[in-house]
Design a binder for this molecule. Sequence first.
Ligand code: FES
Length: 126
Amino acid sequence: MTPSWKTICALADIPVLGARRVARAQGPQVAIFRTEDNQVFALLDRCPHKGGPLSQGLVFGHSVACPLHSWTIALDSGQAIAPDEGCAARFQVRVLDGQVQLDQTELDTVGLQFAPLKAGPCAKAA
Ligand code: FES
């Protein structure tokens, strides 16, 4: 199917060796990563191990280390690096005239089976 490209942000809005999150109407957010060589990748912001926020991980080379238990995830495929197993959903992404774009159809459909991460301040014990 032909992608329906939607502009998300400027490439310059994503830190080198960092990430930005894209909120959707439903499902977990999407993490957009920028590597040192200015390549851009997009994965569901949900580690295949226990759902950690990959957008908070350490980007190195074309991989990200999950912040929770340090699994390494390949940015181009979402695949966990052996001996770990599993795969984070991948999104098509492109940079056009300095603007980062994702496919609207994938934003509306990919990874919706997972609940959004709940982040925020800890609740006080009663
Ligand atoms: S949740 Fe990512 S390594 Fe455990």
